[in-house]
Each structure stands twice: as C-alpha cells, then as structure tokens.
Design a protein around this ligand. Structure first.
Ligand code: NAD
Length: 273
C-alpha cells in the first residue's frame, strides 16, 4: 500500500489521506521543513492564515519537484475574518503565491460571533469561482454543521477536528459518515502531551516493530480519518509517513479504541474564541 487518497463529496477531488501539519512551525523554518516533507513523500500540507507561515508553505510548494496539481494545499479562514472571507482568502492566496488552494476551511465556528453562515456563503462563491477546489469546516460541532446544511447550499466536504486515541469523537464521526463529510484529525498524535508514552501503545509498538507514533497514525488511517501530523524533526517527518506497510488487526484497533477518555487537549469549539 502506498499513499492513499480519499474522495471528497466535491466532484472529482481527492485528498491524500496523510498530510504535513505546520501549526507552530516558525515562519523562518517553514519553507525548509515543508520541502523536507515533500521530498520524504508527503503530497499534502495543512496551514492556516493564523499560523503566520503561509509564505513558507507557498515557496516550498512552488519549488517542489512534483507539479502543483499533484500536491494538495489547505489553508483556513481566521475567526476575525468571518465577515470578510473573500478578502481574507485573497490575502491567503497572495501570501501562498498560488492561484488556487485545494481546500479552504472555516478555522473555528465561533458561535458567540454567529457569523459562520455568512462566511460559508462567501466560501461557496470562492468554490464556484474555482479558486478553492473544495471547501470545508474545522472545529464544527453537530449543531453548527446542521445549521450550515439547513441554511446554505454546499455540504462541507470535510470537518477538521481534534481527534486522537484519548479523544475519539465517535458521535461526530458517525454524524460525518451519515452526511458524506470526511473526518480530518488535528492533534492526531496528542500534541506531544503524553499519549505516545501510553503503555498500551508500547505493547503494540513491540508487536508491529513500529513506533508509538506510527501505531497511532495507522489507527487513524484504518478508521478512515485524514491525518496531518506535525514535526520539525526530519527523522520524525519521515517516520510519520512510513505507515503504509502494516495493518493493525481488529483486536489491536479495539485496544486503541479502549484508550478513549473523552478529554480535549485543545480549545472547546463552543466557547473559542
Ligand atoms: P500533533 O498531534 O501532530 O503533535 C505534534 C507533536 O507531536 C510534535 O510537536 C512533537 O512533539 C510530537 N511528535 C510528532 N511526531 C512524533 C514522532 N514521530 N515521535 C514522537 N513525537 C512526535 O499536533 P498538532 O501539530 O497540534 O496537530 C497537527 C496539525 O493539525 C497541525 O500542525 C495543524 O496543521 C493542525 N491543527 C489544526 C487545528 C485546528 O484548529 N484546525 C488545531 C491544531 C492543529
């Protein structure tokens, strides 16, 4: 098995199931690290206006050996820009130095602002203009997705949410599946906050001769999640994509399933920000 792609509900668009996330990657290191990831075989990069590193992502993508149409670039609309989504999108494209992105997401719903329906209307226009090949959401809850589907025309193709073995989002994943929305996992490795030293993962690490990070990434892939691990360490960047040569068996998938604590590491979408 090599790099797998999943079909989005958007006509003909596919997303490489594993990508490189660049949250908290310093702007000055981003171009080099994304270039390292692309050389290692990644074809998909996840950035955001709020990460302050779109310029570096764009430079690496434009300099890559693989042609642009074989790469997949995601960026996101920041919370302060829900009422000026088209302008903010143009600013992101200019920073990236690209003429389209593959996927544009609303970063957070910010319910207290109550402007995400307006933002989505603008995203629909950006999609129809072809400047984003697909549009989706991030950190949307079932009520927020339901409202979008009731009040707008296009169903989000994907919802990028916190998801890892300690926070498995079973109800939200089932809702996505029932509505043809892909699930994308952020913080897939638990953000370096202890998940990878869980004893259950050590057992599986020995059994499969794979690192705990590789075991967790494989679990995501087998669940059908799109996954975007971040690392600034070249050896780990390579390690995190070396997950297409083994399969976790049913009992081991269940053993990871049993680690769920229903506890967020990051912000709560109902109150952020
Ligand atoms: P992650 O779960 O990918 O964890 C990254 C951390 O895990 C690294 O900093 C490092 O400490 C550790 N790590 C990485 N590879 C390792 C390995 N092989 N072995 C041991 N430790 C390893 O967390 P993240 O960066 O928060 O999430 C991934 C991506 O998701 C981000 O870069 C970003 O693109 C996206 N994201 C999106 C949102 C959102 O609101 N939409 C929020 C957070 C992150």
């Amino acid at each position: 098995e090599t790099m797998n792609s999943l079909m989005l509900n958007t006509d003909g668009v596919q997303i490489p199931q594993l990508g490189f996330g660049v949250f908290q990657v310093p702007a000055g290191e981003t171009e080099q690290l994304v270039a390292t990831a692309l050389r290692a075989g990644y074809r998909h990069v996840d950035t955001a206006a709020a990460y302050g590193n779109e310029e570096g992502v764009g430079r690496a993508v434009r300099a890559a050996e693989r042609p642009r149409h074989k790469l997949f670039v995601t960026t996101k609309l920041w919370n302060a820009d829900h009422t000026r989504a088209e302008e903010a999108f143009d600013e992101s494209l200019a920073r990236l130095g690209l003429d389209y992105v593959d996927l544009f997401l609303i970063h957070w719903p910010v319910p207290k602002q109550d402007r995400y329906v307006q933002a989505w209307r603008a995203m629909e226009k950006i999609y129809r203009d072809g400047r984003a090949k697909a549009i989706g959401t991030s950190n949307f809850t079932i009520p927020a997705l339901t409202r979008l589907m009731e009040e707008t025309d296009i169903i989000p193709c994907i919802n990028q949410v916190e998801l890892h073995p300690y926070f498995q989002q079973r109800e939200l994943r089932a809702f996505h599946e029932a509505n043809g929305i892909l699930t994308e996992a952020w913080g897939p490795l638990g953000q370096g906050k202890g998940l990878l030293s869980d004893p259950a993962l050590a057992v599986l690490s020995s059994k499969y001769c794979k690192t705990p990070a590789q075991i967790v990434l494989r679990w995501h892939l087998q669940l059908g999640n799109v996954v975007i691990p971040k690392s600034v360490t070249p050896s780990r960047i390579a390690e995190n994509i070396d997950v297409f040569d083994f399969i976790l068996d049913t009992e081991d998938m269940a053993a990871i399933g049993a680690l769920n604590r229903g506890q967020r590491l990051g912000a709560d979408p109902d109150t952020f920000n």
